[in-house]
Ligand binder design. Structure first.
Ligand SMILES: NC(=O)c1ccc[n+]([C@@H]2O[C@H](COP(=O)([O-])OP(=O)(O)OC[C@H]3O[C@@H](n4cnc5c(N)ncnc54)[C@H](O)[C@@H]3O)[C@@H](O)[C@H]2O)c1
Length: 246
């Protein structure tokens, strides 16, 4: 119960890593807000959180839309009074090489990952500053660090999240707000399991553990970063890759 009575908001918590994070936070004692574009999966996660005995709210929200984010945050604060933990996890990929990436795909990927993360941080930060307490955890990717072929917009947006994390960590440190970034490797989620088998095999062969990660293995690390055990960590890049990125 490391997060007892804390109020957490997790974006993209309808499935995959985000859902695992939301449930882990509830198991650790937090009330959890599910900020998820897909109404049905968001409500399903909300129900599973409530079944664990915690309070939950779910919002069918597009994090790239500032107005929707502001409305959600105002409603959450009206109900929960504060937001102690923010996890920016929502995202999707539109694979494409340098020459073939379309402007609309570039903008969509930047919208969800970079603008979405910025929107949520900017909307929530004033409440954390007021309390002089807060934990912000952003989801990047090892591809944000090393680049990736035919992943131009995704890897660039994820690299932007590394820069955003560090700048926000520098600005908010004086208020005792921790801002860190998690870089997952290959984690088996509903979306990633659709990747061609030959690519999955290639990554697994390069991973010392010889297997993909589980969403819960990322969630455990995020829960640690959200807890007071990580009180002197900020601006840190934490890789959860099974050694793939060594
Ligand atoms: N799975 C991996 O191997 C892996 C590796 C590196 C990084 N990541 C990152 O981790 C995060 C989660 O990955 P995942 O595999 O669980 O993804 P996923 O596709 O399984 O789930 C993402 C969730 O985000 C929601 N979402 C998408 N756009 C949204 C928006 N605009 N507003 C609100 N919700 C939105 C989706 O509806 C979905 O429920 C993503 O940021 C992803 O880039 C994943």
């Amino acid at each position: 119960m490391r997060l007892k009575n804390k109020k957490a908001m997790v974006t993209g918590a309808g499935q995959g890593i985000g859902k695992a994070i939301a449930l882990k936070m509830a198991q650790e004692g937090a009330d959890v807000v599910v900020a998820e574009r897909n109404r049905e999966t968001g409500i399903q996660t909300q129900k599973e959180i409530e079944a664990l005995g915690r309070r939950s709210l779910s919002f069918a929200v597009d994090v790239a839309d500032r107005h929707q984010v502001d409305q959600m945050v105002a409603e959450v604060v009206a109900t929960f009074e504060q937001i102690d933990i923010l996890v920016n996890n929502a995202g999707f990929d539109r694979p494409g090489s340098l020459l073939k990436t379309k402007e609309e795909d570039w903008n969509a990927v930047f919208g969800v990952h970079l603008t979405g993360t910025f929107n949520c941080i900017q909307a929530v930060a004033p409440y954390m500053i007021e309390k002089r307490y807060g934990k912000i955890i952003n989801l990047s990717s090892v591809w944000g660090k090393r680049g990736a072929v035919s992943e131009i917009s995704y890897s660039t947006a994820k690299a932007g999240i590394l820069g955003l994390t560090k700048s926000v960590a520098r600005e908010l440190g004086r208020y005792e707000i921790n801002v860190n970034v998690v870089l997952p490797g290959f984690i088996l989620t509903p979306t990633v399991s659709q990747m061609a088998e030959k690519y999955q095999r290639l990554i697994i062969e390069q991973t010392p553990f010889r297997r993909p990660g589980k969403p819960e293995e990322v969630a455990n690390v995020v829960a640690f970063l959200a807890s007071d055990e990580a009180s002197f960590m900020t601006g840190a890049e934490v890789e959860v890759t099974g050694g793939w990125n060594m």
